[in-house]
Design a binder for this molecule. Structure first.
Ligand code: ADP
Ligand code: MG
Length: 349
């Protein structure tokens, strides 16, 4: 083919591309008519809404990526995952892991250090005793919990980056990535959409939201802060955001009742029991969902006073805190933009 025909063809294809994929400028059409797909992976309902393409293949690629992450990091149902292998070899030998798993283990260890062990990525032995989220959830025996507590220590997770290996130094120890794997999966979905040129999208993985760009009409996305006392879908307030993630952790997310007492799924590594303080939920707003996922869990573990101080101290991190008595606190970066929409809740100045 000669050069000029080639360049005419190229221009022609570009024009077609602008008209088909360039509908991002056609705000009415795109915001009214997103491409939406849902799936159930990582034990949660995942919804991806893309506003500037009709190419389902992009979303399918994102779902495959989440399944891939699940198959590497689950400790629940898979016969083998890299984390299950790591746990099975505890006290024996190191195991080779993929860069995905290595990255999440590294982040997990970093956040365990940041929280001085309130958050601990080796909490698996305690988590396993509770069976929260299953039909046979029950309060474990005190003696069992005492034994499990001794098997929690992130310092004994040894990571070797040059070899991509990980090792648990004590037999019986177990890594549990439940507090951050979903966050990582969200970041990977956003990366896939962006790689394909998506500029306006909403990604939801259970309580974890990521937004790409802003609303196609030019304004920021308006994201609701869940009402922790109400069924899913009700909001206490709204935060305007562009290109951010919002992750909410709440003691109400997963729990069971025994002898009139509620037991939730965020556990104190020092006692083995669900943590108790005045917080019912925390939403973190930042750039990466893995960070937000870790930080929301950490704040619930630390409680309001310490959690607030830590979130204020971190660059590029904002948070909304809801207490058991319906008081709402926001870090300085969010105070002015958070709009309370339910007057049972009072924003504290
Ligand atoms: P959700 O999964 O409901 O979004 P989180 O992101 O807050 O909630 O993670 C809760 C999960 O984290 C628990 O189900 C458990 O697997 C794990 N976990 C519980 N306590 C701790 C802890 N102290 N440190 C690290 N991970 C924890
Ligand atoms: Mg979390």
């Amino acid at each position: 083919m000669n050069r000029s025909i080639k360049s005419v063809l190229t221009i022609f294809i570009c024009v077609i591309l602008v008209f088909t994929s360039g509908c991002k400028n056609n705000t009415k059409q795109s915001s009214a008519n997103p491409l939406i797909k849902t799936n159930f992976i990582l034990g949660t309902l995942i919804e991806i809404k893309v506003f500037d393409t009709k190419d389902e293949g992009i979303i399918d690629e994102a779902f495959s990526r989440i399944s891939e992450i699940e198959s590497k990091m689950t400790i629940n149902n898979a016969e083998t995952s890299e984390v299950i292998l790591l746990n099975n070899e505890a006290g024996q030998k190191e195991v080779k892991v993929s860069p995905d798993t290595f990255y999440v283990l590294e982040k997990g260890k970093y956040f365990s250090e940041l929280s001085k062990g309130s958050f601990d990525i080796t909490i698996g032995s305690i988590v396993k005793l509770w069976n929260i989220g299953t039909d046979y959830a029950a309060v474990p025996q005190q003696a069992q919990l005492e034994e499990a507590v001794k098997l929690v220590d992130y310092n004994k997770l040894v990571l070797n980056k040059s070899e991509y290996t990980a090792k648990l130094e004590q037999k019986g120890m177990k890594v549990d990535l439940g507090a951050i794997a979903k966050g990582y999966a969200g970041d990977e979905v956003a990366a896939i959409l962006r790689k394909h040129g998506v500029e306006h999208a909403l990604i939801s993985l259970g309580g974890n939201m990521l937004v790409i760009g802003g609303n196609p009409n030019g304004s920021p996305w308006k994201i609701g802060v869940q009402n922790p006392f109400d069924a899913r879908g009700a909001y206490i307030g709204i935060i305007p955001v562009k290109d951010k993630t919002i992750v909410t952790s709440g003691t109400y997310e997963r729990y069971f009742e025994e002898k009139g007492k509620l037991y939730h799924h965020i556990l104190d590594p020092k006692t083995g029991y669900p943590v108790e303080n005045n917080l019912i939920s925390v939403s973190i707003v930042t750039d990466f969902s893995i960070d937000a996922d870790a930080l929301s869990t950490i704040t619930l573990l630390l409680g309001f006073e310490e959690g607030f101080k830590l979130m204020e101290s971190l660059e590029g991190v904002d948070a909304v805190f809801i207490t058991n008595d319906k008081k709402v606190y926001a870090t300085s970066g969010l105070k002015d933009s958070l709009t309370i929409v339910n007057n049972e809740f009072k924003l504290q100045k």
